[in-house]
Design a protein around this ligand. Structure first.
Ligand code: GAL
Length: 536
């Protein structure tokens, strides 16, 4: 069989950059999947690239054109990957060249197993068999990146999971994605690596990829956006500059309401998700185009500090999320007030809750409007059902943060692939009686199944009272460690699982950032609601 994908010479690359640590802001671009499924072609992809430029989206910062599933066309006798004979009869090189000629970057898609997702779904049953990276990793990586010049890859896991794989293969994701990461590095090219395992895979992923999907597939409906947000609100500790929780491609401009589109886009921005447009860029409704070109929200997503906004409070049904922007620990912060409920909400947010005080300038980032400065200490707003307000605040004073919710802390052994009870790993659970609605549970028994706040800030350092709010129906012990040193051994017992009690100890913090870790390497820990630190 003859190759129908032409490999035209090697693209010279002197770059020896580490392929998986590009240390870049979240990827911005477009992906074919949400609107076009497997029904893609050279003409369509090139047309989308042209539209990205024509619609002003390139100028707004979008620059990746990503081909998702649907381009595969089996392998030839030597194992070379071929493209679909009708959709991509000319191979992919012409597309990459066209995309590059527009000053954009090109992305491709594959699977960690042998068979791709397409091989399990109707129309593409035949074409996706045997085309995944498993067994062909080195040659495919050289092909995609050295021969064709792609700049991004999304790697799915349909072929790695017996449940979905036609050949019923069960592969180890850590081993597979680490190996793929090494093969990417071996190409010597700068490639942004996105892992698509439909759940947060485990903390090992931070050494392997630039971004990773944390949920199942998005679809164009409010409940999908709402549920994806609910699964990411507690993942802020697992994102840092260059390493992002990917909440999936955007459904903006398809058929949700304008309010829902705003929430979807705004929350993806403040929560540091990659921004991959999922609609047909040739025909974007005007409000959606304007929203996705919103410079101030994009600047928030791409902010150099790279923090994912964390949950600071819950007021009624609304979650308050906040992050530093522009300058760490300053009076400048971005805040979102997100209303997932079906009723409008009137919110009064004491600025103290988000560590600000004094006269505070407030700017609405959706509408590019400066509002009347806050002088009475309360941010007051009306949030429609399914709506979100996002503001840039600039306050006279930055206060030291006192409340550290458990859902903003890092569990060293956190993972969402295996049943956490069977594997005994901690997780975050929505509980109405918890202070911001979420508890950290199932902690302890191993050293790594801990709970760690890695960024506790003290301006001057010194002695603090640390109050740990916990629930446990029986006596459960844990150690408090501050900056790697044992500070106290405490026992928690609230006499009921749905009752929270405080337990306190003294700790010494150093000036700047500190780490407070709770653990019990041998036995179960109490459930943790939050930590409060009060300067003595
Ligand atoms: C899914 C993936 C989607 C899309 C699809 C293609 O597994 O989550 O984003 O890539 O496969 O078949």
């Amino acid at each position: 069989m003859k190759k129908n994908l032409l490999t035209i010479g090697l693209i010279a690359s002197a770059s020896l950059a580490n392929a998986q640590n590009l240390n870049q802001p979240p990827v911005m671009g477009w992906s074919s999947w949400n609107t076009f499924d497997v029904h893609i072609s050279e003409e369509l992809i090139n047309g989308q690239a042209d539209a990205m430029v024509a619609q002003g989206l390139k100028d707004a910062g979008y620059n990746y054109i990503n081909i998702d599933d649907g381009y595969f066309g089996l392998r030839d006798d030597e194992g070379n990957l071929m493209t679909h004979p009708f959709r991509f009869p000319n191979g992919l090189r012409g597309i990459v060249d066209h995309v590059h000629s527009l000053g954009l970057k090109a992305g491709i898609y594959s699977d960690a197993g042998s068979n791709t997702c397409g091989s399990g779904q109707g129309t593409d049953d035949k074409w996706g068999m045997g085309v995944g990276l498993f067994g062909h990793e080195k040659m495919d990586c050289e092909f995609f990146f050295n021969d064709l010049g792609f700049d991004f890859i999304k790697v799915d896991f349909c072929g790695g999971q017996a449940l979905l794989d036609r050949a019923k293969t069960d592969l180890d994701e850590r081993q597979r994605y680490t190996s793929i990461s090494n093969s990417l590095k071996a190409t010597g090219k700068e490639v942004s690596f996105n892992v698509c395992r439909w759940a947060y895979p485990g903390t090992w992923i931070h050494d392997v990829a630039d971004s990773w999907r944390t949920t199942g597939d998005i679809w164009c409906d409010w409940t999908s956006v709402r549920d994806i947000l609910a699964e990411n609100l507690y993942l802020s500790a697992y994102s840092s500059y260059g390493h992002y929780n990917d909440m999936d491609m955007l459904e903006v401009g398809r058929n949700m309401s304008e309010i829902e589109d705003r929430t979807h886009f705004g929350m993806w921005c403040i929560m540091n998700s990659p921004l991959l447009i999922g609609c047909d860029m040739r025909t974007i409704p005007a409000p959606a185009l304007e929203l996705m070109k919103n410079k101030e929200l994009i600047a928030l997503n791409q902010d150099r500090l790279g923090e994912q906004a964390y949950v600071a409070a819950k007021i009624g049904d609304c979650f308050v999320l906040v992050r530093d922007i522009e300058q760490a620990q300053s009076g400048i912060r971005a805040v979102a007030i997100y209303n997932p409920s079906d009723d409008a909400a009137h919110v009064i947010l004491p600025l103290e809750t988000i560590d600000l005080a004094g006269k505070t300038a407030i700017r609405d980032l959706f509408d590019h409007k400066d509002l009347k400065a806050i002088t009475n200490g309360n941010l007051v707003c009306d949030v429609p059902a399914h709506g979100t307000m996002i503001y840039r605040l600039e306050a006279e004073k930055r206060l030291e943060r006192k409340v550290y919710e458990a859902e903003t802390a890092f569990i060293s052994d956190y993972q969402e692939l295996e049943n956490p009870y069977a594997r005994f790993s901690g997780f975050y659970e929505y509980k109405p009686f918890a202070s911001s609605g979420i508890l950290a549970v199932n902690l302890g028994r191993t050293e790594e199944n801990d709970l760690c706040w890695k960024r506790i800030y003290s301006k001057e350092g010194g002695e603090y009272t640390a109050i740990i709010y916990l629930s446990s129906k029986e006596d459960r012990n844990f150690t408090v460690e501050v900056n790697g040193k044992k500070a106290a051994r405490l026992t928690g017992n609230s006499s009921a699982w749905d009752r929270i009690v405080p337990v306190e100890t003294k700790v010494i913090l150093k000036p700047g950032l500190n780490e407070i870790r709770l653990y019990n390497a041998g036995e179960r820990m109490p459930n943790i609601d939050k930590l409060e630190i009060i300067k003595l």
